[in-house]
Design a protein around this ligand. Structure first.
Ligand code: URA
Length: 278
């Protein structure tokens, strides 16, 4: 319940309330320890250390950013061939077929399945993660393992499910032993990622984790500093920059549940941005 004097919030659906309660229990908030109720649905409070725009009640302006040129313009043969194939795809189905038939990324040789996307290609929200893990490789869909289940609960907490998002990765084949993908592997898949964005034209992009963030944002900062900040991403082939929000990867949140508080703040910012742009 909102505390007295708190801003009014719109009623939420029972399944959202349940998702929220589950989320709080996972965060360790499983008993009442204060005398006054806390409104966890209220917009995040301004913090004294925030930059001047936020202190004046305005969110800080999104920073204009472009993906690293070394990746975008990679002269390696797999990246060049991916650029040609991606440019030819005129639909998401054609793009899926082009990726499935692309043999120049060495990861494909050790993977069981190509893992392209899940969800709704017409959805306004696109989430980009790192690479398929063992479960995704077995099933052929992104984010179906434990991290994916947490991602589903995070989406449910802001009233979304997979019919309202499109989910993909910067890499379409599982790296052996779940190692981090190399720059060459990323450069070979990136033209398809861009083409996916151009063909499906999401209104908002979420970068889940440090690998997705460092692939698409030309900055040396880590995810801990990037998360929660909005960027205007120049995607090759799009005429307007794409509002982009880096967030913690759900696999990281499974290992570090104490960071879910920040993830919750980012989810609220994401929900507000989607409402603003709808
Ligand atoms: N982690 C990712 O980044 N992507 C997946 O699809 C699964 C786990």
């Amino acid at each position: 319940m909102p505390s007295s004097g708190a801003p009014a919030t719109s009623p939420i659906a029972p399944e959202q309330a349940l998702a929220l309660l589950q989320w709080q229990i996972e965060m360790g908030a499983d008993e009442a320890i204060g005398w006054t109720p806390v409104d966890h649905l209220a917009p995040p409070q301004r913090e004294p250390t925030q930059p001047p725009a936020a202190a004046a009640g305005r969110p800080p302006p999104a920073a204009a950013v472009a993906p690293p040129r070394a990746l975008v313009e990679s002269a390696a043969e797999p990246a060049q061939s991916a650029r040609t194939l991606a440019a030819r795809a005129e639909t998401i189905e054609a793009l899926a077929a082009a990726i499935a038939g692309f043999d120049a990324c060495p990861l494909k040789r050790t993977a069981t399945n190509t893992v392209f996307m899940d969800g709704n290609a017409a959805a306004p929200l696109m989430i980009v993660g790192e690479a398929p893990g063992a479960d995704e490789d077995r099933i052929g869909k992104p984010f179906v393992g434990r991290a994916g289940q947490l991602l589903d609960r995070m989406l449910a907490a802001i009233g979304l499910d997979r019919s309202g998002v499109q989910i993909t990765n910067v890499i379409y084949w599982r790296p052996p032993g779940n190692r981090k993908p190399t720059a060459q592997e990323v450069a070979a898949c990136l033209p398809f990622v861009f083409r996916h964005i151009v063909l499906s034209r999401p209104k908002v992009l979420v970068l889940a984790g440090g690998t997705a963030a460092s692939t698409l944002l030309d900055t040396a900062e880590g995810i801990t500093r990037l998360r929660g900040r909005w960027f205007d991403l120049a995607v090759p082939g799009l005429d307007a920059p794409l509002p982009t929000l880096p967030m913690f990867h759900p696999a990281f949140l499974l290992r570090s549940p104490e960071r879910k508080r920040e993830a919750w703040r980012d989810l609220l910012a994401l929900k507000a941005k989607l409402a603003e742009l709808s």
